[in-house]
Design a protein around this ligand. Sequence first.
Ligand SMILES: [Zn+2]
Length: 70
Amino acid sequence: MTEIIVRKIPLPPHVRAFTMPDPQGDYNIYINCALSAEQQLSSYLHELKHIRRDDFYKRGKTAKEIEDEM
Ligand SMILES: [Zn+2]
């Protein structure tokens, strides 16, 4: 079963959040702990949308193209 692990960590100011799939098929979401609670929630929902859309397995698309579709 796919698991989603969420961690709040210090990240550079321009990085709100990112997601890393791991080899077991689980997902690790990292959220910038310096964001406000509201920004953390919207970043979390944004990352969940990437997972639902299977964006991590779209070969041949740039990160920008994927973000533009969001
Ligand atoms: Zn995104």
